[in-house]
Design a protein around this ligand. Structure first.
Ligand SMILES: Nc1nc(=O)c2c([nH]1)NC[C@@H]1CN(c3ccc(C(=O)N[C@@H](CCC(=O)O)C(=O)O)cc3)C=[N+]21
Length: 284
């Protein structure tokens, strides 16, 4: 029976710490941190995420703004808006919700964000700083996973971590951070072309699934006692499920994150932490 890593609860604790730090910053004469979110189009999941982010900001004493743009907006108009937000001294963090519509080149838009306001840490300058071990911001989801590991005293040093999924947003930075000094894991970055993925996973002390395939990771892929971190959020007919077959994994693993209530809420907490840092505060 695995110990459940409750991301909902931990995210509330961290958000409380952030609220305290915001209050300290403001009472020391600092400016109220402000996050500007940009939402293009009407994607229902994106609307829910952005709303949740704004609610979390409000509760932590972080100001939030929302720019809603029509799905058919031109790339040039979107870039104009980002230029304005870059120049606005009241705005500390800028988040352009992904995915963007097809007429817009997401990489061009993300590169237009001032790296000092890039609270997603998607800008190449911030990716580069992270790769070199001098991060300005850590990307929110991998940062949230690291916080979950640290605050549950899950050892990574000398362990074999297997990350499934090589996305720029989760898999790649997750693998890199776990291998860095301080975390000291030996990391395998597995993906859709990895031969005998079940066997690779069975060798993992720490298994991180970030692929976006419902319940792909089966119970017999898991080493007994392993920590299983499920980053997947898949909407299926039977509701929201992760990338891991939770019921089967829970019987074998030592620790496991639920979906929902695992990594997702931690991602939002780390977005607030990055916004606080962008405003000159001390993030947890
Ligand atoms: N620029 C940008 N930055 C992002 O960080 C970003 C993005 N675009 N696009 C979409 C993904 C996805 N993402 C989630 C954040 C929180 C939950 C979350 O809180 N999930 C809840 C459940 C929410 C639900 O019911 O869907 C949970 O897991 O308990 C999920 C997903 C951030 N993303």
């Amino acid at each position: 029976m695995a110990k459940i890593l409750d991301g909902k609860q931990l995210s509330l604790t961290i958000r409380g710490e952030i609220a305290d730090a915001v209050a300290r910053l403001v009472s020391a004469g600092g400016k109220q941190p402000c996050l500007a979110a940009v939402l293009v189009g009407e994607n229902p999941a994106s609307q829910v995420y952005v709303r949740n982010k704004q609610k979390a900001c409000e509760q932590a004493g972080i100001a939030s703004r929302l720019a809603r743009l029509p799905a058919d907006i031109s790339q040039a108009r979107l870039l104009e808006l980002i230029t304005k937000l870059n120049a606005d001294p009241a705005v500390h963090g800028i988040l352009v919700q992904l995915p963007l519509p097809d007429q817009i080149a997401a990489d061009t838009v993300l590169r237009a964000i001032d790296p000092a306001k890039d609270v997603d840490a998607f800008h190449p300058e911030n990716v580069g700083l992270m790769v070199q071990g001098q991060p300005r911001f850590l990307p929110c989801t991998p940062h949230g996973v690291l916080q979950m590991l640290r605050r549950n005293a899950i050892e990574t040093a000398g362990k074999h971590a297997v990350v499934i999924g090589r996305s720029d947003i989760v898999g790649k930075p997750m693998a890199l951070l776990l291998a860095q000094r301080g975390w000291d894991a030996t990391v395998t970055l597995a993906h859709s072309r990895t031969p005998d993925l079940p066997a690779v996973c069975r060798s993992a002390d720490l298994l991180i699934a970030a692929v976006g395939k419902p319940e792909m990771v089966r119970g017999d892929w898991i080493k007994p006692g392993a920590a299983v971190i499920d980053v997947g959020i898949n909407r299926t007919d039977s509701g929201l499920v992760g990338d891991v077959d939770y019921a089967a994994a829970e019987a074998v693993a030592g620790w496991i994150t639920p979906v929902p209530g695992g990594v997702g809420p931690m991602t939002i907490a780390m977005l607030l932490a990055n916004t606080l840092k962008a405003a000159g505060g001390e993030s947890p």
